[in-house]
Design a protein around this ligand. Structure first.
Ligand code: GTP
Ligand code: SPV
Ligand code: MN
Length: 590
């Protein structure tokens, strides 16, 4: 097949040669070069509806919205099938699955050989980052999934803009995605950082297949960032505007399904009249030192792949508004009127609907109607509180970095690190309960350093070293904080109302950054005193409850520190000595 002439193909000879090679291998019947045009979007949506990949939702109630069910065996990221393929196992490090590139390439070639016969291969060029930013990267994903094309079109700046950015260069990430028979036994998400390449087979879901997101922006990105002196992080980015008009920017790393999208779109409670939260990004931040000595960040994405359950007008009004149009819903429940529903939706449970697997569901059913990892894919341009800076090629200057996990016990609502290296230690030892965003047991505390355990593209010990080294490049480093929205009382109820009220915690964080708030020194770090914390207007919230939220039980902490060893022992020979010293200092303070 001659692929060099059709409409949409760039003149870039590196792209043409690489696509030709993949086409020879996969043997699709057709090759379509995506341009990103509006007409193309409509044609692709129509084709997806015709092929039963998407269902068009009620055009009056949810204009431009579509519904998709993934294979029930394919509903989340698969960490056990995710590989970092580097020449030496120690480059991938003890926390990643590793395979020698030559062996993995051979296995994958065997799997994709002729696998697109009778199918169409779509060439999806895209930008991660705003056009014209020095931080922006070009990716090209080849896929035989229309669902992937339409999601990539929302999640990235897709189409000709990417070829323009690339020009004649060969500096682009190469991604090949092939559905195969969507079988867990033939599911591999493989990264070849030294070749700037990702090959993903056997899945059609989320982070496994939207290759710009976790694969490029985090795994390849973190690898590139270490060599090029920047940071690719699993962080939301938000702007806080004070009534005075002063704007500050915050980056926060919480593990999957631990509140990034909600925090990034937070609406402050009435008590905070005149305060505004602007969303820069909800999942990924690329950060590098600027000429002014501060740390600057961009959101490389252009859309949100958000958790549907729990999203409603009270928890997240902005998300609720932005998913009313142009949205793809995956694995939620389908109502008879062609709208959607999930647990924690604004509407009460429908008398009848189809669940995420297409089976009849009623409120009497014992199973959930929507999968716990069901998602919406929506363009950020629909966000009523989209920060205008998201388009700025320079990005935003970061005033504070927040780490946070999902912890029922032990970990206070908020505390502040003593300094950068202590902050890196807090990030490195972060624990969190596992969630439905990855297949496997849910609710088990594991170490998830910087929320990057599943996403760091190289040796985690060296990643900590990179974090420590970055301090030397940043003259005015952001302050570092730790939060936990998920502490529970003896009856299992959340102690903290969360969501919009997280503004109260953010307020203290900001005031600390701007030298306006007091704090008390504890073994863990600086904490707000009751008088430093704005609890006005909170219902059922008194000093006793605040103390319970902030409580620091030395026995619980000693146990927690012992569980750091599970990670630290595995990383021991790569672990920066600062991490060991910080641990010793913490034990001594306790
Ligand atoms: P990924 O997209 O997987 O990276 O998730 P995320 O980190 O963006 O998490 P998201 O904001 O989607 O929230 C995940 C779950 O946590 C949802 O069910 C939310 O309703 C819930 N959640 C978010 N913020 C809070 C909070 O402040 N308190 C409580 N109790 N739950 C929260
Ligand atoms: C996450 O798991 O952190 C997500 C969802 O944001 S996925 O894109 O599937 O990785
Ligand atoms: Mn995420």
């Amino acid at each position: 097949m001659n692929i060099a002439s059709p409409a949409g193909a760039p003149r870039n000879s590196h792209v043409i040669a690489w696509v030709e090679e993949q086409v020879r291998l996969c043997q699709p019947d057709r090759v379509v070069w995506c341009t990103g045009s509006e007409a193309e979007k409509i044609a692709l949506q129509d084709a997806a509806v015709e092929q039963g990949i998407l269902l068009r939702l009620n055009p009056e109630k949810l204009p431009g919205c579509f519904y998709h069910r993934s294979n029930p065996n394919d509903v989340a990221r698969v960490e056990q099938s995710t590989f970092i393929c580097t020449p030496h196992a120690e480059d991938a490090g003890p926390t990643n699955n590793w395979s020698a590139p030559r062996e993995m390439y051979a296995r994958l070639r065997g799997l994709v050989d002729g696998a697109m016969r009778g199918r169409t291969l779509y060439v999806v060029p895209y930008l991660m980052g705003p056009a014209g930013s020095p931080m922006t990267k070009v990716g090209v994903e080849l896929t035989d999934s229309l669902y992937v094309v339409l999601n990539m079109r929302i999640m990235t700046r897709m189409g000709e803009v990417a070829w323009e950015h690339l020009g004649e260069s060969d500096d682009f990430s190469r991604g090949l995605h092939c559905l195969l028979d969507v079988h867990p036994d033939r599911r591999y998400i493989c990264h070849f950082p030294q070749d700037n390449t990702v090959i993903s087979v056997g899945s059609g879901y989320g982070g496994n297949v939207l290759l710009g997101k976790k694969c490029l922006a985090l795994r390849l990105g973190s690898y590139l960032g270490r060599d090029e002196g920047w940071m690719a992080e699993h962080m939301l980015l938000l702007g806080v505007e004070a009534p005075s008009g002063q704007k500050s920017f915050i980056a926060a790393a919480f593990p999957s399904q631990c509140g990034k999208t909600n925090f990034a779109m937070m609406v402050p409670p009435v008590r905070f009249k005149g305060w505004k939260i602007w969303t820069v990004g909800d999942d990924i931040a690329w950060m590098r030192p600027g000429a002014d000595g501060r740390l600057w960040a961009i959101n490389p994405e252009a859309g949100y792949f958000g958790v549907a359950p729990g999203t409603n007008g009270r928890t997240n009004p902005n998300a609720t508004s932005l998913i009313q149009r142009d949205t793809i819903f995956t694995n939620v429940a389908l109502k008879p009127d062609g709208t959607v529903w999930w647990e924690g939706h604004d509407e009460p449970a429908p008398a009848e609907c189809l669940d995420w697997q297409g089976r009849p569901w009623t409120p009497a059913s014992t199973e959930k109607a929507a999968h716990p990892n069901s998602r919406f894919t929506a363009p950020m341009s629909n966000n009523p509180m989209l920060a205008p800076e998201v388009l700025d090629p320079r990005g935003v200057p970061v005033d504070a970095i927040i780490f946070g996990g999902r912890r029922a016990t032990t970990v206070p609502l908020v505390f502040e690190a003593f300094n950068w290296s202590h902050g890196v230690f807090l990030g490195a030892t972060m624990g969190s309960e596992t969630t439905a965003a990855a297949t496997g047991t849910v609710g088990q505390v594991r170490r998830d350093p910087m929320a990057m355990l599943p996403f760091c593209g190289y040796n985690m010990g060296r990643y900590f070293r990179h974090w420590l080294d970055m301090r030397k490049q940043i003259q005015f480093p952001p302050r570092i904080f730790h939060v936990n929205w998920f502490r529970r009382d003896a009856d299992g109820r959340f102690l903290w109302p969360g969501f919009g009220d997280n503004m109260r915690v953010l307020r203290w964080i900001l005031d600390r950054c701007h030298g306006r708030a007091g704090a008390h020194e504890t073994p863990l770090g600086w904490v707000p005193r009751w008088e430093d914390f704005d609890a006005e207007g909170l219902v059922d919230f008194d000093r006793a409850r605040f103390d319970a939220l902030q409580a620091m039980n030395p026995d619980e902490w000693r146990r927690d520190i012992l569980s750091h060893d599970e990670l630290f022992m595995r990383l021991y020979q790569y672990l920066p000595k600062e991490m060991i010293f910080q641990r010793e200092l913490l034990v001594a303070r306790l």
